[in-house]
Design a protein around this ligand. Structure first.
Ligand code: AP5
Ligand code: MG
Length: 221
């Protein structure tokens, strides 16, 4: 099964994707995480990726496709994957369909998490992330604070603020998102696999509720 997580920055793709991955037993692949791991290598490619990310711009299609295709060929994807943050452009979506077709697979659902921009900014500036590659737990100082301030509950690592989690970069990331998202959403709507979840920060829809909604959609499809 292949699930695509659409949605602007900070709408919960990582949080929902993580729980879905546990519930469905399929691997969660975040394109942003893949890029951040390259940045840690401190080489030329990492530096190039860092420049795009800190400016709130997309990494070029060619590079994003190359790295995701490589990841999709790893053995842990044999039962499918939850793709968080990829595709992000119509071109990436078309290429992804081709990659899956060659494996005789297809996307079962494209989940569009929808949240107003003002609420997104608030969520992101309050986000804290575990930098341990094996853990990667996502926190929020309001919504989901760690038990001990600044320390990951799961692995004890010191939490960080992502390099792109400042207000200026978030605004640029949102602008980038709004420029390209319409075409991508239409692409999946036309295939009749788009599932939109309307959210707001006051909503009582928990991550678990969202995951249950997605599972119900998949069972009834
Ligand atoms: P990426 O890492 O994918 O970042 P993003 O899309 O900007 O999304 P985020 O990770 O910021 O947010 P999220 O939706 O995962 O939300 P989260 O669950 O953390 O990409 C980073 C960069 O890489 C891009 O800007 C681009 O440069 C590049 N890139 C990536 N993919 C690319 C591609 N395909 N092509 C080209 N370039 C690409 O939640 C956010 C916060 O909200 C957390 O604090 C969380 O605790 C909180 N929260 C979650 N759920 C709730 C809830 N129900 N109520 C209240 N708070 C909640
Ligand atoms: Mg994320």
């Amino acid at each position: 099964m292949y699930i695509v997580m659409l949605g602007a920055p900070g709408t919960g793709k990582g949080t929902v994707g993580d729980l879905l991955s546990k519930e469905l037993g399929i691997v969660h692949i975040s394109s942003g995480e893949i890029f951040r791991n390259y940045i840690k290598k401190h080489n030329k490619l990492g530096q190039e990726i860092e420049n795009y990310i800190t400016e709130g711009k997309l990494v070029p299609d060619e590079l994003a496709i190359q790295l995701i295709e490589k990841r999709l060929n790893e053995p842990d994807t044999k039962n499918g994957a939850i793709l968080d943050g990829f595709p992000r452009t119509e071109n990436q979506a078309v290429v992804l369909d081709g990659i899956l077709k060659a494996k005789q697979e297809k996307i079962n659902i494209a989940v569009d998490l929808n949240l107003p921009d003002e609420e997104i900014i608030d969520r992101i500036v309050k986000r804290r992330t575990c930098p341990n590659t094996e853990c990667r737990e996502i926190y929020n100082i309001d919504f989901k604070p760690p038990k001990v301030d600044g320390i990951c509950d799961k692995c004890g690592t010191k939490l960080i603020k992502r390099i792109d989690d400042n207000e200026k970069t978030v605004k640029q990331r949102l602008e980038t998102y709004h420029e390209i998202s319409e075409g991508l959403i239409k692409y999946y709507k036309n295939q009749d696999i788009l599932y939109t979840v309307k959210l707001n920060n006051k909503s009582d829809l928990t991550t678990k509720d969202i995951v249950e909604e997605i599972k119900a959609y998949l069972e009834n499809k």
